[in-house]
Design a protein around this ligand. Structure first.
Ligand SMILES: Nc1nc2c(ncn2[C@@H]2O[C@H](COP(=O)(O)OP(=O)(O)O)[C@@H](O)[C@H]2O)c(=O)[nH]1
Ligand SMILES: [Mg+2]
Length: 351
């Protein structure tokens, strides 16, 4: 509920969501931004790292600490704060207990146990979007209003364009005129084509024309934006179903991917609201947007568990190249490494 209220307040979505000044156009290859991926992860996950690390670090004196029930309980309470959920926090507590209980250990020992446990909890392979072997790849993008769909589409398109692919965008969020403008502005900046329809028009017809144009012009990728909110949830789900059907008529295997965009800052409530999408739209993977804006990076764990879908990409900012391929080990390293953990860090966001 709080989530929808927050989005409702954004009644002027263009100014809220307009791409900022100049998207950086230095073209990163597939999920590998320049400047070192670890440091990119590291920068963007700084808030999460401060919560993850500082809280755990504070439990330890430099000369070591006895791992007893009291310490394990404190550890559990602090893990919960990262929004990972009680099940995963318990699993980590158990692992730390198993490895260290009754011993006086240093922070590093406990972090090693935490790391191993996180690896098990998040176990998944990286899941990049593979382009279809023949013919264009059609990607449909769904999710709650304001979750980051349009921005993530721009980032994905930028990724493909930087790989020399031709990309057609379909402005299927005809529910809000501003959403179409936003996509058009992005398309111009990143060098993608865009197919639009009338405000309030049928999004399935926009999707149809976008896929048709992709086929006609032999473009490589077609990405369809969709509305996140309609008058009723039923309307919305029927609309998504219709878009799927229409796309499938032009290319039987399409959509090849249906990406669910989740807002990492929305916490667990926001995530449960997105469940309807994953069921109705037959999602194939998740883009977790706005991880840079939250200290609760632990939310990746329940997302992975609740949706039974791989987290494919994560959004680490508002620029075109702020999208990286999700990689469990790099993610955990960014959470647990102690480089640049200048303590404190305040709570103000990146604006
Ligand atoms: N910090 C940050 N902001 C993001 C990210 N992705 C999207 N946003 C912002 O979130 C807001 C909503 O995004 P938008 O793409 O319009 O959401 P949509 O309604 O789902 O299409 C915009 O202000 C975006 O700039 C991200 O990864 N990090
Ligand atoms: Mg949008």
């Amino acid at each position: 509920m709080a989530l929808f209220d927050r989005f409702r307040r954004k009644e002027n979505p263009v100014s809220a969501a307009e791409p900022h000044a100049e998207p950086k156009v230095a073209a990163p290859p597939e999920g590998e931004p320049s400047g070192g991926l670890l440091s990119r992860f590291g920068q963007a996950l700084k808030k999460s790292r401060v919560l993850f690390q500082k809280d755990i670090r504070d439990l330890f004196k430099t000369d070591g600490e006895l791992v007893d029930d009291a310490l394990l309980d404190k550890l559990f309470a602090r893990l919960i704060k990262t929004d990972m959920g009680t099940g995963p926090a318990q699993a980590i507590r158990d692992r730390v207990q198993q490895d260290n209980r009754g011993r006086v250990v240093r922070l590093e020992d406990v972090l090693n146990s935490v790391r191993e446990s996180l690896r098990q909890l998040m176990a998944q392979d990286t899941a990049p979007i593979d382009l279809a072997a023949s013919g264009p790849t059609v990607i449909m993008v769904v999710g709650v209003n304001g979750s980051g769909k349009t921005t993530s589409i721009a980032k994905l398109a930028h990724l493909f364009v930087s790989q020399g692919k031709r990309v057609v965008l379909g402005a299927g969020d005809t529910f809000r005129a501003a959403a179409v403008e936003q996509l058009v502005v992005w398309a111009q900046r990143i060098g993608a084509e865009v197919v639009t329809g009338k405000s309030g028009g049928d999004p399935a017809s926009v999707a149809h024309r976008a896929v048709a144009q992709t086929l006609e012009t032999q473009a490589d990728v077609c990405i369809i934006d969709t509305a996140g909110r309609l008058q009723t949830q039923v309307n919305l789900m029927q609309q998504l179903e219709k878009i799927r059907r229409v796309i499938g008529k032009l290319i039987p295997e399409a959509p090849h991917e249906v990406l669910l965009v989740l807002d990492a800052t929305a916490g667990q409530n926001g995530i449960s609201q997105a469940r309807g999408f994953s069921e109705a739209a037959g999602c194939t993977g998740i883009v977790l947007a706005k991880l840079d804006g939250t200290a609760k990076g632990g939310v990746v764990i329940p997302i992975r568990q609740q949706f039974q879908l791989p987290v494919k990409y994560i959004g680490l900012g508002e620029q075109a190249d702020d999208l990286v391929l999700f990689d469990v080990d790099r993610f955990i390293d960014a959470l647990l490494s102690d480089h640049d953990s200048e303590g404190g860090g305040g709570s103000e966001g990146a604006g």
